[in-house]
Design a protein around this ligand. Structure first.
Ligand code: FAD
Ligand code: NAD
Length: 458
């Protein structure tokens, strides 16, 4: 019987609410371990990343990078005739990435693992209890919450009444506009701005802060600002947007000037989907922006939380990492606890911005005795050979008391791949002296890390 009159009650081991990358991973692993698992999803199984985020955006970037390389071939290899065709990108996203925004392959993978998928909005209803429509699922082991995010709305006059785009619309574009204003110079804004500019769209990028990619090192922001400007983007930082109107054309009033564009993309952050998940029923603040978790991803009595809602880095790899921690705890298995010293991230602009651990500012604010080491990618042998498109830097942040790296940034061609070495060093606290004694293959981009290590006053 249930506490809700004629409503149904079902008993299971675990309920996963939200099947984004973390929820999907947790549900599959727990079911494979033999638990009875219900996965609740109100949208597409798989969440933001495969349908509206990482994968379609990276397919766009792959295409835009190919155009940029073809243009560089002009300088390095010979004449190239380029006629950009967005239709090929749209088709690839529609058919290969999202299967027409159909989640069947994700759902099938889960059901084959033994997960029962329940379609609908899940709401906590006390510890270990989740209501979906008329049914209450009572989870003997507990609930994993993976509610994720949606695009934030901005309180700009007039904006709400306009048919502007967010990432949800942009990934479905069949044709490109002639002109576009992008609001927000974070990873989404920076990546998509460059894609559209390289496909010939006239783009203005408006950022309220003093620099784009604000959480990154200032040196990284400066490189990407310069490269976007070279791509023909009108990059404006420190702006105030007073009003947006639309009458077929968008009019954006920014610092007293009206910018006109065919389309408007708002990429100004995310809002966690916590407004209506019943946090108050488990003793948590229903108005909270994030769910606090311990090192086992526990958020309360028989409650675990993973993914963007935890505020530990809104990245797919963080969500899946946390899911693995939660799964171990639910299954009473040994293994590493959640550790965020070496969270890495990559903004897939060209050049890519890879970063891990603390920035110089964060390290100083933490009271660490900071020394930094720098290298310019174009001055490395490989950068010099590469020539066109060789922009980038390496910046290392070291704790001089402990003789280890606490953070690093690798901007350059394949900057996200080059980051791997620095990420391992920060994660494993490899002494700088040991890193300096390594072999660095010649002539690789990652040899710039050797130069930055030499530049550290340690
Ligand atoms: C354009 C874009 C590009 C990105 N690129 C990258 C990238 O390159 N690399 C990277 O690491 N990250 C990237 N991200 C971020 C990445 O998409 C997220 O960090 C990732 O999806 C992890 O999110 P999550 O696991 O918290 O859940 P989400 O993916 O947000 O999924 C949550 C799911 O829960 C469902 N849900 C919510 N509430 C309920 C409820 N009450 N009941 C039932 N279901 C519910 C939602 O429908 C959704 O399907 C990008 C994001 C965007 C928007
Ligand atoms: N490559 C990747 O890993 C990748 C790519 C895209 C997104 N993501 C994840 O998704 C998250 C969300 O991305 P995002 O770019 O939307 O958010 P964000 O919060 O990282 O950046 C939003 C930007 O918009 C600016 N902004 C806010 N209000 C504004 C206003 N009124 N006018 C002008 N600018 C304004 C902010 O100052 C900020 O620079 C990222 O933080 C990241 O965690 C990751």
């Amino acid at each position: 019987m249930s506490d809700h009159g004629t409503d149904q009650t079902e008993h299971v081991d675990v309920v996963v609410v939200g099947l984004g990358p973390g929820g999907e991973h947790a549900a599959q692993k727990l079911a494979e371990a033999g638990l009875s698992v219900v996965g609740v999803e109100r949208g597409l199984v798989g969440g933001e990343c495969p349908f509206y985020g990482c994968i379609p955006s990276k397919m766009m970037i792959r295409a835009a990078d190919a155009l940029a390389e073809a243009r560089r071939a002009q300088h390095l290899a010979g004449d190239v005739e380029i006629r950009p065709d967005w239709g090929r990108v749209a088709t690839r996203i529609d058919k290969q990435a999202t299967n027409h925004w159909d989640d069947e392959s994700h759902a099938t993978r889960l059901t084959e693992a033994g997960v029962r998928i329940v379609r609908g909005h899940g709401r906590l209803d006390g510890p270990g209890r989740v209501r979906v429509d008329g049914t209450t699922y009572v989870a003997a082991r507990g609930v994993v919450l993976n509610a994720g995010t949606e695009p934030a709305t901005l309180p700009i006059d007039g904006l709400a009444a306009t048919p502007h785009w967010t990432n949800r619309e942009v990934v479905r574009l069949a044709e490109l506009p002639a002109s576009l204003v992008v609001i927000g110079g974070g990873p989404i804004g920076a990546e998509l701005t460059q894609v559209f500019a390289r496909f010939g769209v006239r783009v203005s990028l408006l950022e309220v802060a003093e620099r784009i990619l604000g959480p990154e090192e200032p040196e990284a922001s400066a490189v990407i600002h310069r490269v976007l400007a070279e791509d023909g983007v009108d990059v404006r930082t420190g702006v105030t947007i007073d009003r947006v109107d639309h009458d077929g054309t968008f009019r954006v009033l920014v610092d007293g000037e009206t910018l006109e564009s065919e389309q408007l993309l708002v990429a100004a952050g995310r809002r966690t989907n916590l407004a209506d998940v019943g946090l108050e029923t488990v003793g948590l603040d229903p108005a909270a922006r994030v769910v606090d978790t311990d090192e086992r991803m526990r958020a309360g009595e028989r409650l675990w939380a993973v993914g963007d809602i935890t505020g530990k880095g809104a990245f797919t790899h963080v969500s899946m990492y946390q899911a693995a921690v939660a799964v171990r705890d639910l299954l009473d298995q040994d293994g590493p606890l959640a550790d965020y010293r070496a969270v890495s991230r990559v903004t897939f602009t060209d050049p890519e911005v890879g970063s891990v651990g603390l920035t110089e500012r964060q390290a100083r604010d933490a009271g660490i005795a900071v020394v930094t080491g720098h290298a310019e990618m174009p001055e490395s042998s490989r950068g010099w050979i590469h020539q066109a498109g060789n922009e980038g830097i390496v910046k290392l942040v070291a704790d001089s008391d402990r003789g280890i790296l606490v953070g690093g940034t690798t901007v350059g061609p394949f900057g996200g791949e080059v980051l791997g070495l620095v990420a391992a060093a920060v994660h494993a606290e490899i002494p700088v002296a040991t890193l300096r004694g390594m072999h660095f293959a010649y002539p690789t981009f990652h040899r710039a890390i050797e130069a930055a290590l030499a530049d550290l006053d340690l």
